[in-house]
Design a protein around this ligand. Structure first.
Ligand code: DLL
Length: 434
């Protein structure tokens, strides 16, 4: 099912709406936000210069730093009286990034999340358990209202107390799980340890996953634990842009459909800032077209993806973005080689004897970068054979060397000894930066 007719417009129709909304948004930020006026004046561009979608590239980029510099409310286009909600993302360093919503923004947000939920197979028949942390994070409340809006029964269980989560799941007959993919794996693992097999003893048939990447190998791990018919889609979003609701997969699993009547997506070369042709991989840059409180123009997401415009079998005509392959700032430079943690994950998850939990530790010893990867065995029995362990370690090292062109140290650890995550997983520790 398709939630909104705007998901099926022709390219001409979408572009017409985009241009009209872009003009209005640029005028709005120029008039209301001193930082935008300064940036545009410096670039010698006025709102009236935006005559076609092609003119978008004349506009300056917006960075996370701009939000920090104007902390907390300096980039809002409405007075505080008109704000009805504020969220914030904590980030790892510095001040939080603060985002705000008017009443209309909340309506828009709810509609956009309803679209991705329906695209991911949700309906008013579902009992949806939201295992995202409620609070300043946009994930939980975003999915919460979007799912209620389509008539699903929402269980706002939040994160934590995983055994209790499983109890609710079983007793209330949860059919749909909202979580990060890593928490979904952890829930399944805990269920098994309680003697509950998610495949046969629970009724969860749909996973709406997001907030962190899900490689195809990770999706395979999800099928192994939740069953091969589990409908597992991912969706993408970011607090600064709205929260969840920017894009989401349909059951064709061929990229996340972007809500193009609300956002314009561009992919740029992160070094030069040049816009890349459709299909090329680079940094995603997004312009908000309908936000009232915080419409960001050409926001540098740092997420790496490519855009696809070919029609999808599901009937939606919107452009799709490929799985995020990393963040421009997650890229590790190890002995001069560029490495994305997602590449390492793809290699590890191809190896049968190890599970989907790993940790990457990068350090510098005697002026030389080192990379140690801790991986967890699926089965204790391997620990009894030194030669089996040695062969496995050699195999992992060899496969990584072939794909990355880099030597690494592999440390095999016993099952269930690496950390598990309830929110976004943290898999990399770069000791060179500490
Ligand atoms: O994570 C919003 C969200 C919540 C999206 C729930 C989907 C579901 P932030 O906390 O601001 O917002 O983090 C945004 O998370 O720039 C990406 O790096 C990452 N991210 C979000 N969704 C995906 C995804 C929410 N499907 C940052 N794949 C983004 C890969 C994702 N990365």
């Amino acid at each position: 099912m398709i939630w909104a007719k705007e998901e099926t417009l022709s390219r001409n129709e979408i572009e017409k709406i985009q241009l009209e909304r872009l003009k209005a948004t640029v005028k709005r930020v120029y008039e209301k936000v001193p930082l935008y006026r300064e940036k545009m004046d410096k670039a010698n561009i006025k709102p009236s210069d935006i005559k076609s979608l092609d003119d978008l590239k004349k506009l300056p980029f917006t960075y996370k730093q701009d939000l920090r510099d104007t902390y907390p409310f300096g980039m809002f286009t409405v007075p505080q009286k008109e704000l009805v909600r504020v969220h914030a993302s904590s980030g790892t360093t510095g001040k939080p990034t603060v985002v705000g919503y008017t009443k209309n923004d909340l309506k828009t947000w709810t509609e956009l999340v309803s679209r991705l939920a329906v695209a991911g197979g949700a309906s008013d028949e579902d009992i949806a358990q939201i295992c995202f942390g409620y609070g300043m994070f946009t994930g939980a409340l975003g999915l919460h209202y979007g799912l209620e809006n389509i008539g699903a029964t929402v269980l706002p269980t939040s994160t934590g107390n995983t055994q209790k989560q499983i109890l609710y799941m079983k007793d209330f007959g949860t059919t749909l799980l909202v979580a990060t993919p890593s928490y979904a794996l952890h829930i399944a693992e805990v269920a098994l340890s309680m003697g509950i097999d998610p495949k046969t003893d629970l009724n969860v048939k749909i996973g709406l996953f997001g907030s962190e990447g899900m490689t195809e190998s990770m999706r395979e791990e999800v099928y192994k634990l939740w069953g091969k018919d589990f409908l597992c889609t991912q969706n993408y979003g970011m607090s600064e842009l709205i929260g969840p609701g920017v894009s989401g997969e349909c059951p064709e699993l061929c990229g996340m459909h972007i809500n193009e009547d609300h956002f314009i997506a561009e992919v740029i070369d992160p070094q030069t800032g040049e816009v890349l042709p459709a299909g090329e991989k680079g940094e995603l840059v997004v312009t908000c077209l309908t936000k009232e409180a915080l419409p960001l123009i050409r926001y540098r997401t740092k997420d790496i993806t490519r855009l696809m415009y070919e029609p999808c079998k599901c009937g939606r005509t919107t452009a799709r973005m490929e799985n995020i392959s990393g963040r421009a700032d997650d890229m590790l430079k190890i002995r001069g080689v560029n490495v994305f943690p997602s590449q390492i994950e793809e290699v590890l998850l191809q190896i049968e004897e190890i599970g989907p939990h790993y940790e990457i530790i990068v350090d510098r010893k005697n002026h030389l970068d080192t990379m140690e990867i801790k991986v967890e065995l699926i089965d204790d029995s391997l620990l009894e054979s030194y030669s089996a362990l040695e062969n496995l370690e050699k195999k992992i090292r060899g496969n990584l060397k072939t794909v990355l062109g880099l030597a690494s140290t592999i440390k095999l650890v016993a099952p269930k000894t690496l950390p598990r995550f309830e929110g976004k997983a943290k898999r990399v520790t770069d000791l060179r930066k500490l």
